[in-house]
Ligand binder design. Structure first.
Ligand code: ATR
Length: 283
C-alpha cells in the first residue's frame, strides 16, 4: 500500500486558515491518499515541532504568522526565494532527511497575475508598492525577478521602506505617503500590500490615493482578499486600471508545497476559487 503522506499548516492562532480547504480539495481531486490539517503551535513549541516532523509522521507543511522567520532560522536548506525574503512559508523533508524551507509567496503573487492578466509584466517596468512588511518583501522579490527596473516602496514608517531598499538594491526607492500620489502617474503596476481596507484590520472609507492620473493600461493588484474588492481595488477599477484581486495569490502560493508533499503539481481551478470564495464570504 502507498505510504500515507501527511502535511499541515501551522501558526498561532491557526483556526482561520483556508489552507486545509485548498489542499484537501486537491487531495480529493487527484484521488491521493494523504492528509493535510491545521496544527496550532505556540512560538515556544514551534522549534521542537519543526525539528521533529519526520518522527511525527509529517512530510512537511505550511508555516504562517508568527512562525515564518523562526522557520527560516531552523531550516537546514532554503530555496533562493526564502533566502532573499528572509522568511519560510513551506517546509519539506528531502531525500537526505534534511529540513528544507521555501517561500512560495513571490511565486504565488506572480502566478496569480500570470493567470489573470498574462501581459501584466510585458509593458513598462516601473512599479509602485504600497507597504513595507513581510508581504512587501515577497512582492519586491517577484517584481525584481520579472525584470522591473524601478520600484517605489511607499510606507507610513519610511525607515521600513528604506530597509527594503538597502536589502534589495538600487532599483528600489523608499518614499513616504506624502510622496505617493506623485508616483501614481509613472507606475505600470501598483500593488497594495498594506492592511488598509482589510476586513477587521484597517477599514477605511477611502483609499488615500487618486488613480485618475494613472497610465492607460496600468495594473492594480491587492494581496488582501477579504474583502475581495478592497477599497484600493474599487478605486483603481473606477479609474479604469486593470485590476487583479488577492485571492489567487493564496491559491497559487499553495501549489509548490502540494507538489513537494504529494508528488503532483496541482491546478488552480475556477471550482477551487469559488469554493474558497464561498468560505470567505461565510466569515
Ligand atoms: P504583512 O506581513 O502582511 O506585510 P505587516 O508586516 O504587519 O504585515 O505590514 C503591514 C503593512 O501595512 C505595513 O507596511 C504597515 O505600515 P507600517 O510599516 O508603517 O506599520 C501598513 N499599514 C498598516 N496599517 C496602516 C495604516 N493605517 N496606514 C498606513 N499603512 C498601514
Amino acid at each position: 500500500m502507498a505510504e500515507m503522506k501527511q502535511a499541515f499548516v501551522t501558526g498561532f492562532p491557526i483556526k482561520h486558515s483556508r489552507s486545509p480547504l485548498i489542499h484537501n480539495y486537491w487531495l480529493q481531486r487527484y484521488g491521493l491518499t494523504g492528509s493535510y490539517k491545521a496544527i496550532e503551535n505556540s512560538p515556544e513549541n514551534f522549534p521542537h515541532f519543526a525539528k521533529t516532523l519526520a518522527e511525527q509522521g509529517l512530510s512537511g507543511g505550511n508555516v504562517t504568522i508568527p512562525h515564518k522567520e523562526a522557520a527560516f532560522a531552523l531550516c537546514e536548506k532554503r530555496d533562493a526565494a526564502a533566502e532573499a525574503i528572509g522568511a519560510v512559508n513551506t517546509l519539506w523533508i528531502d531525500a537526505k532527511n534534511k529540513l528544507n524551507g521555501g517561500n512560495t509567496d513571490a511565486y504565488g503573487f506572480a502566478a496569480n497575475l500570470d493567470a489573470q492578466l498574462p501581459d501584466w509584466d510585458k509593458g513598462g517596468k516601473t512599479a509602485l508598492v504600497l507597504g513595507a512588511g513581510g508581504a512587501s518583501r515577497a512582492v519586491l522579490y517577484a517584481l525584481l525577478n520579472r525584470g522591473f527596473e524601478k520600484i517605489i516602496v511607499v510606507n507610513r514608517t519610511v525607515e521600513r521602506a528604506q530597509a527594503l531598499a538597502d536589502h534589495f538594491g538600487s532599483k528600489i526607492l523608499a518614499a513616504g505617503w506624502d510622496q505617493a500620489q506623485g508616483f501614481v502617474r509613472s507606475a505600470d503596476v501598483i500593488v497594495n500590500t498594506t492592511s488598509l481596507g482589510m476586513s477587521g484590520h484597517g477599514e477605511v472609507e477611502a483609499f488615500p490615493l487618486d488613480f485618475s492620473e494613472a497610465k492607460t493600461g496600468a495594473v492594480a493588484t491587492d494581496i488582501v482578499y477579504i474583502p475581495l474588492e478592497t477599497p484600493f481595488l474599487a478605486q483603481a477599477r473606477q479609474a479604469g486600471l486593470r485590476c487583479v484581486d488577492g485571492l489567487g495569490m493564496l491559491l497559487h502560493q499553495a501549489v509548490p508545497g502540494f507538489e513537494h508533499w504529494f508528488g503532483v503539481r496541482p491546478e488552480v481551478t475556477d471550482e477551487l476559487r469559488q469554493m474558497i470564495l464561498n468560505d470567505v464570504q461565510k466569515s
